[in-house]
Write a protein that binds this ligand. Structure first.
Ligand code: SF4
Ligand code: SF4
Ligand code: SF4
Ligand code: SF4
Length: 314
């Protein structure tokens, strides 16, 4: 964490703590605000029994310790809307839904974070173009994830100097990573295709999956429709060797959205397994990617902190 962002982070926490201490000690739940948050967020916060499973599954929490969905849900249950809106944490959420997938009570912390983001914007806590800059940063970060995955194909990513971080963040990927497709020469070996990939042939390229994917960005970096299309065209070689298939967060929104009942997530997962089974990537790659998260996520959160510092209204 940079000195500036560490300072901002600590200051928010101190203000929160000070407000609580000076206001009389134990926190008194505000049931009206709690009800309003519960109704508006659709996050089912009233089902939370504070088991902490969401923290243990959250990739941002695991990599940085700076996002705690359990705490945010608890604060919402206590009706602590204003402190929540002031937290930078609500912008750290990737919307990957792992918190929901691990929650025994099907609480949806990511929905709470989405609601809080909207509320903060509607209340004018941030200058008008904050969201545009935030989304741009989020998309640029997928380039970093792509390059980190590419590095992990060969070896471990142990350090990432600031200069390299900014190069990875700001430079688009080289254009020629995917070759142009000559449709006359694509071969679809149906007999050799696993069931998940065969099911993908129902795709009629409507883009619903891409529209709802939280990390969709530049086509060369990550786009589920593009991956499904390539799989259908028999371009398995490019896909199996591409870092792109390792960027998927596993939220399964693409599968839920597809009117043709194609599971983009199942296809991508199958491609990952195939890449390992065929020896194209090291079986330890998933472990290396988790370790790389410990290097790239803190830097990503620092960038968000800087953005918040620049755009938070007085
Ligand atoms: S996993 Fe679910 S029940 Fe457990 S703390 Fe998180 S939101 Fe609450
Ligand atoms: S959706 Fe957000 S809070 Fe939930 S696991 Fe993913 S990053 Fe963490
Ligand atoms: S939503 Fe379904 S049909 Fe549409 S592009 Fe995606 S996989 Fe294809
Ligand atoms: S599961 Fe689908 S929607 Fe979710 S990140 Fe992966 S490709 Fe995108």
């Amino acid at each position: 964490m940079s000195a500036k962002s560490a300072f901002n982070h600590a200051r928010v926490q101190q203000e929160d703590l000070h407000a609580r201490k000076s206001s009389m000690g134990p926190i008194e739940p505000d049931w009206d605000v709690w009800r309003a948050i519960a109704d508006a967020s659709c996050a089912d916060i009233d089902r939370c029994w504070t088991c902490g499973a969401c923290d243990n599954g959250c990739p941002v929490s695991l990599a940085t310790g700076r996002l705690r969905p359990q705490r945010n849900v608890r604060m919402a249950v206590y009706g602590m809307l204003d402190p929540l809106l002031a937290l930078p944490d609500i912008w750290y959420c990737l919307s990957c839904r792992r918190c929901l997938q691990g929650c025994p009570n099907r609480v949806k912390p990511y929905e709470l974070h989405g609601y809080l983001q909207n509320e903060a914007l509607q209340r004018g806590i941030y200058a008008y173009d904050f969201l545009t800059r935030y989304r741009k940063l989020f998309a640029e970060f997928q380039r970093v994830r792509w390059r980190a995955a590419a590095r992990c194909f060969k070896d471990e990513l142990t350090t990432l100097p600031d200069e390299t971080w900014y190069q990875w963040l700001k430079r688009p990927l080289p254009q020629a990573l995917y070759r142009p497709v000559d449709m006359r020469h694509t071969h679809i070996h149906e007999a050799a295709k696993p069931a998940e990939l065969l099911a993908g042939q129902a795709c009629f390229t409507c883009s619903e999956c891409s529209s709802c994917c939280p990390i969709v960005c530049e086509g060369d970096v990550f786009d589920p429709q593009r991956i499904i299309r390539m799989a259908n065209l028999g371009l398995a070689d490019e896909l199996l060797r591409s870092p792109a298939i390792w960027l998927c967060l596993g939220c399964e929104r693409c599968s839920e959205a597809c009117s043709q009942t194609v599971s983009g997530y199942a296809i991508i997962r199958r491609l990952q397994l195939q890449a390992v089974e065929m020896g194209l990537v090291d079986p330890l790659l998933p472990v290396r990617l988790l370790e790389a998260d410990h290097i790239i996520y803190p830097k990503f959160l620092d960038e968000i902190d800087t953005l918040i510092g620049l755009y938070r209204m007085k």
